[in-house]
Design a protein around this ligand. Sequence first.
Ligand SMILES: NC(=O)C1=CN([C@@H]2O[C@H](COP(=O)(O)OP(=O)(O)OC[C@H]3O[C@@H](n4cnc5c(N)ncnc54)[C@H](O)[C@@H]3O)[C@@H](O)[C@H]2O)C=CC1
Ligand SMILES: CC(C)CC(=O)C(=O)O
Ligand SMILES: [Mg+2]
Length: 323
Amino acid sequence: MPFGGAALDLVGVPLPEETSTAAKQSDAILLGAIGGYKWDKNEKHLRPEMGLLNIRRDLNVFANLRPATVLPQLVDASTLKKEVAQGVDMMIVRELTGGIYFGEPRGITINENGEEVGFNTEIYAAHEIDRIARVAFETARKRRGKLCSVDKANVLDASILWRKRVTALASEYPDVELSHMYVDNAAMQLVRDPKQFDTIVTNNIFGDILSDEASMITGSIGMLPSASLGESGPGLFEPIHGSAPDIAGQDKANPLATILSAAMLLKYGLGEEKAAKMIEDAVVDALNKGFRTGDIYSPGNKLVGCKEMGEEVLKSVDSKVPV
Ligand SMILES: NC(=O)C1=CN([C@@H]2O[C@H](COP(=O)(O)OP(=O)(O)OC[C@H]3O[C@@H](n4cnc5c(N)ncnc54)[C@H](O)[C@@H]3O)[C@@H](O)[C@H]2O)C=CC1
Ligand SMILES: CC(C)CC(=O)C(=O)O
Ligand SMILES: [Mg+2]
């Protein structure tokens, strides 16, 4: 279904009614990254990004799971030293439908001195914090039992409430070890010693930023998939990266984040764990054979474009499908 810039060009809005209806009627949604220079100067409501925020809000997919794992094949592609990067395996649980990206009031106005001022509102209701914290505790429980809540409670009121609610819920999860960290320190700790993290829970904007940072530990933003889930209804599955307009049309983009998002769709959206594993294994196969797009290339491997990488993964999936 048309969405983002493609939809703007086709019908003049980033999230057409038919796309919204089809999404709501689906079992799960695979979403291609949106955005690009062409629409950057559009009015706010006519930007591809508004379509993205609106579809997330309409589907109420408040929990965005962003796994960041350093595959052994890609240790050399990490921006960090080998000994720091290898073995990193974390899950960032980002709140996705609240906070400063959605908070009202917002806008650009003229103040009493006649000067333009831009403003946004970081706002979280207790129930929004509780529901994302529960997802994070449950996630940590299924992983290594460690949850780090990232906020800015030394400065922001919304973060003070965030920390209070997360702390209060901890008694319901005695098997999960909860810690708290300020976001500035978290940004630093991620590149100092990423293996200290198992599950991270944080708000919309901090999760957006920290997950892009974490992607470089794994080698590239072109590697990281995500799942956006609500309490009911279809989930939304998309790479964490944007539309990479700087390399558009050059057959350079790494397709693996999107392919791995399809694997997350099968696992979290449809409960098809075997099929999901098949796709994940096919990605590993392609990497084991030495295929690398430019963003994850290291000497000794075979440099391929987006198309060839996709074809290699597909070949491997085909070889695994029982006849
Ligand atoms: N979920 C979405 O659809 C998102 C959309 N955007 C939109 O995308 C557009 C571009 O935003 P940027 O800030 O440049 O972020 P971006 O994630 O598109 O690109 C950042 C950098 O990473 C590289 N990159 C991204 N994906 C890659 C891939 N698969 N393989 C290799 N390299 C890759 C790009 O070439 C660029 O140098 C904007 O319009 C932005 O609003 C940004 C983030 C998320
Ligand atoms: C429009 C933005 C909120 C998209 C983004 O950067 C993201 O979700 O990672
Ligand atoms: Mg982002």
